[in-house]
Design a protein around this ligand. Sequence first.
Ligand code: OSB
Ligand code: MG
Length: 368
Amino acid sequence: MKLDQLTLREIRLRLVTPFETSFDRTTERRVLLLEVLTDGVAGWAEATVDADPFYSYETIDTAWHILRDFLWPMVRGREFASAAEIFDALARVRGHNMAKGGLETAVWDAEARQKNVPLWRLLGGTRQEIPCGVSIGIKSSTTELIDTVGAELAAGYQRIKIKIKRGHDTEPLAVLRERFPRIRLMGDANCDYRPEDIPHLKSFERFFLMMLEQPLAYDDLYAHRELQQATSTPICLDECIHSLAHARAAIEIGACKIINIKLGRVGGHTAARRIHDLCRDRSIPVWCGGMLESGIGRAHNIAMSTLENFTLPGDVSASKRYWHEDIIDPPVEVSPQGAIRVPERPGSGYEPKIDMIERLAVRREVLR
Ligand code: OSB
Ligand code: MG
């Protein structure tokens, strides 16, 4: 397949409910969409960047720059046997995985559409249904938190994750555990704690969390090892894992028992699959994380989640939890049992609503 053209577009989408973490509060997303043309067939993807460099150093503007000035020139006009070759072809650029992941996953969608097969089958997925959890932002009151959790459980979601931070942790966890004694519950701190907090984090054992996600610094595997050795709560890494090498180091030193895989953070489907395979071989379960994606990014998360070692419910949930109207057709829907039925349609299985995307576009650049 030959890579002929790349169109970058930025659209703005307002969240149905603002999302608050230990590091930010998001009400509107600036979404970076990629449309790649390969032998006349279009593939779509999203680079899962934020507007600010708070979750990762990448932003929508760095991704635009790196895609236009470095990544696209490395592949444009070139012939590839498969999208599986793209990630290694971009290796000269260090980091910038969200920019890389956007381009790489768009080419995967195009390849699946060219071959007229579902993307998840092309990736080697086996699950026809994927289990879903939800990620709930920090709420201003305990009542609001309990009501939100109650509504998500009633909708069928199989696992509840709440965002926590220093000074806002034991109370919400204790209240939820008391109100919902048997649910699968976890906390995500997005790096807010310090090594001195390890005894405090160990005290969460009384909440019987399914796991505690990324409590310590984004670049501190060793501190997570110290915590994991000290506590029986399984530690799950998110921000720390950017590559196969990081995943291997984390597993070898015992820094975690679970890994959250995000396509953007690791650089696309090929990198994600390598980490998935390593984790499977080392008996480390994985699940698919989320970045408040539009339907276009969400569709890729669904395809990835069909790989066999995605055994735990991920943060991939219904379109309507995020958007009044999603930019794909059909929107992502979750069954009353808390699962997404994987589509048998070609490519990602969800069609971009091009008219809506063009109408919402605030910036657009066609690269050849
Ligand atoms: O840490 O998993 C995270 C959203 C933005 C940035 C980081 C994270 C999240 C989420 C939301 O938890 C997951 C989602 O619902 O898309
Ligand atoms: Mg996280």
